[in-house]
Design a protein around this ligand. Structure first.
Ligand code: ATP
Ligand code: MG
Length: 589
């Protein structure tokens, strides 16, 4: 189906006035210090994420407003700003009573339960750095991360402890305390652990927040492991300034919004935008404790009256795969803005949003390392489907290139392609990789350490929109062409049979690499030789013979990380019979 290259936007069509209405003016007048000044700061000086996210509101008119609505197996549970303040105070007091100090690290492994949210905020209040882990991890990935982060306290559930932690406990010498949440609500009683509910019931409701400085460590986030062994990115309390500014501009949060970020806090998105940014803006967030389910998700959008929805391409692809009829059984009159992050968002998916939900999907780009959204499509501006949008106010992006000698330079022609770099200095920039100083230094190598090098390749067009080309590691070199897998995958996805596609370069004696595509099919289509030839033809017509895949293989589903990213390195390793490398984040099944 032929569609225009641009989705035009008019401010007059938006249901609420956008927070970012004049792009040029906002960028020209923006200063991080001005945003920092809008936040309260700790009464005695310093900066603490929990104070900004919770205390500011708990002491004011939002005291009784719902901060989180947890959708569990049974009835939902609402926690207001005032209650969140008291509970997180209690948790900070629990840490204090255990003698857990400012320089220690708290790990969280308990799914999207209220206790995780309370413990994270309580950890900040105690000045303890927090590392939330994805609860589907097995024992080894859990052990590796706690060891790397030198965790001294772990909050987990009784069931997760018995299944995953008990067996590795002996190999975690730094881990002093394990606090258990009873999954069935009962008191836990496992040797070597403490019952969290019992400790909370004895703790005081009030606490003095630790005097953290803006540069103090607040969060440890592990990267997704898409390209290799996950890295531990270190973030500081000052990151809250980015969370605040990007919640305003990239997610367009307004106080009356019902916001749903579908990411798990075990990934940076689920913390920066599933916890911190919405609290900063005093909105109500939906937290779904259950796993992805097509009907459930449409029901939540409808019944919870979600107005701003932040999700991921993988989820959108799964909804697309399930077909439009299911979406059409409900209506979404409250929904006014949809954004997505984590992987390239194919133009097909942007249009699907518009056609099925009435709103296009707004892609944005960032990384664990950047701590917050850097490049985005926002409500008031035209979307070029397939583009990640433009740098937000406060963010200076650039395209850089390396010459044969390895020297890096900025490319300032209006239409250019190369590695995506960001001018260093935004508040949520990582401050290091755990125990990997060399890797960290490499991120800033060249250009006088003034630019952060993202490792992603992108193109900037003459209007200043950025287009994802591929990860530097995934780019295919074929017969003198550089081919970004995203372009090929997007073209394949335009075929009605294709649900998702993953493209790799396969070594070839003649052309260097040939393009090979792996596709999974939408409901109602079956793999066949005829379909394979049809897809090859479709791709050649769209992309030209030089770029189109030479080989296409069908897979029931593509290997992906638990956060939903296609793991092209695994497709490649399997194709070539090479070792699979670190698979700790590979989704089971
Ligand atoms: P690892 O660094 O361990 O290999 P990862 O890079 O997937 O894993 P994350 O920090 O979770 O870990 O993901 C950031 C990466 O995800 C980006 O560098 C980029 O490659 C990809 N990404 C994020 N958003 C987008 C987007 N909107 N379009 C294209 N790619 C995106
Ligand atoms: Mg990465």
């Amino acid at each position: 189906m032929a569609r225009p290259d641009i989705i035009r936007k008019r401010i007059a069509d938006l249901r609420v006035p956008p927070n970012l209405a004049d792009y040029a003016a906002a960028r020209a007048t923006f200063s991080w210090q001005a945003v920092r000044d809008e936040l309260a700061g700790l009464p005695g000086g310093g900066l603490n994420i929990a104070f900004e996210a919770v205390e500011r509101h708990a002491r004011g008119p939002l005291r009784d407003k719902t901060a989180f609505r947890f959708l569990g197996a049974g009835a939902s549970r609402d926690i207001g700003y005032g209650e969140l303040s008291r509970l997180s105070n209690r948790f900070a007091n629990v840490l204090r009573a255990l003698g857990v100090g400012k320089d220690e690290r708290l790990f969280l492994l308990c799914g999207r339960r209220p206790e995780l949210y309370v413990a994270m905020l309580g950890g900040f209040k105690n000045g303890t750095a927090v590392s939330p882990l994805f609860s589907a991890f097995g024992p080894e990935p859990i052990a590796t991360r706690i060891r790397l982060g030198e965790g001294s306290v772990l909050v987990t559930t009784d069931a997760l402890y018995e299944r995953k932690v008990a067996q590795i406990r002996g190999a975690l010498p730094t881990l002093r305390h394990v606090l258990l949440v009873g999954e069935d609500g009962k008191t836990t009683n496992i040797p070597g652990t403490l019952d969290l509910a019992a400790l909370m019931s004895q703790a005081d409701d009030a606490c003095d927040i630790a005097a953290t400085a803006a540069g103090d460590l607040a969060l440890l986030h592990f990267t997704s492991g898409t390209t290799g062994t996950p890295k531990g990115a270190m973030h500081v309390h000052d990151a809250v300034v980015t969370h605040f500014a990007t919640g305003r501009y990239a997610l367009d949060l307004h106080a009356e919004d019902i916001f749903w970020c579908t990411a798990d806090p075990g990934w940076v998105t689920g913390t920066s935008y599933g916890i911190i940014a919405p609290l900063l803006h005093g909105v109500t967030s939906i937290v779904d404790e259950a796993e992805f389910d097509v009907e459930r998700w449409y029901r939540i959008l409808d019944e919870e009256k979600v107005s701003v929805w932040y999700t991921a391409p993988t989820a959108i692809r799964m909804l697309m795969k399930a077909g439009a009829e299911i979406a059409g059984k409900r209506s979404y009159p409250s929904l006014r803005f949809i954004a997505s992050v984590g992987e390239p968002l194919n133009p097909e998916a942007v249009w699907w949003g518009r056609e099925v939900l009435g709103l296009p999907i707004h892609d944005n780009w960032w990384q664990t390392e950047t701590g917050g959204i850097m490049i985005a499509n926002t409500p008031a501006f035209d979307i070029k489907p397939g583009s990640m949008g433009r740098p937000l106010p406060g963010i200076e992006a650039a395209i850089v290139r390396r010459d044969a000698a390895g020297n890096i330079s900025l490319v300032d022609t209006p239409d250019s392609e190369g590695e995506l770099a960001l001018k260093a200095g935004w508040p949520s920039m990582l401050r290091g990789y755990l125990h990997d100083e060399e890797r960290y230094r490499k991120c800033f190598a060249g250009l006088d350490n003034e630019w952060y090098l993202s490792g992603d390749l992108a193109r900037r067009d003459a209007d200043g929109y950025y287009w994802f080309v591929g990860r530097a590691d995934d780019v295919i070199k074929s017969a003198g062409h550089l081919i970004g897998p995203f372009e090929v995958e997007s073209a394949l996805m335009e075929h009605p049979a294709v649900a998702e596609a993953g493209v790799i370069g396969k070594p070839d004696a003649v052309v260097g690499e040939v393009v090979k595509a792996f596709v999974s099919l939408r409901q109602g289509f079956a793999a066949s030789e005829t379909l394979r030839l049809e897809l090859l033809g479709h791709a050649r017509k769209k992309l030209g013979a030089a770029v189109a895949p030479k080989e296409i293989a069908f897979l029931p589903s593509l290997p992906r990380t638990r956060s939903g990213k296609i793991m092209r390195r695994l497709l490649k390793a399997r194709e070539l019979g090479l070792p699979e490398g670190d698979t700790s984040t590979l989704e089971a099944g």
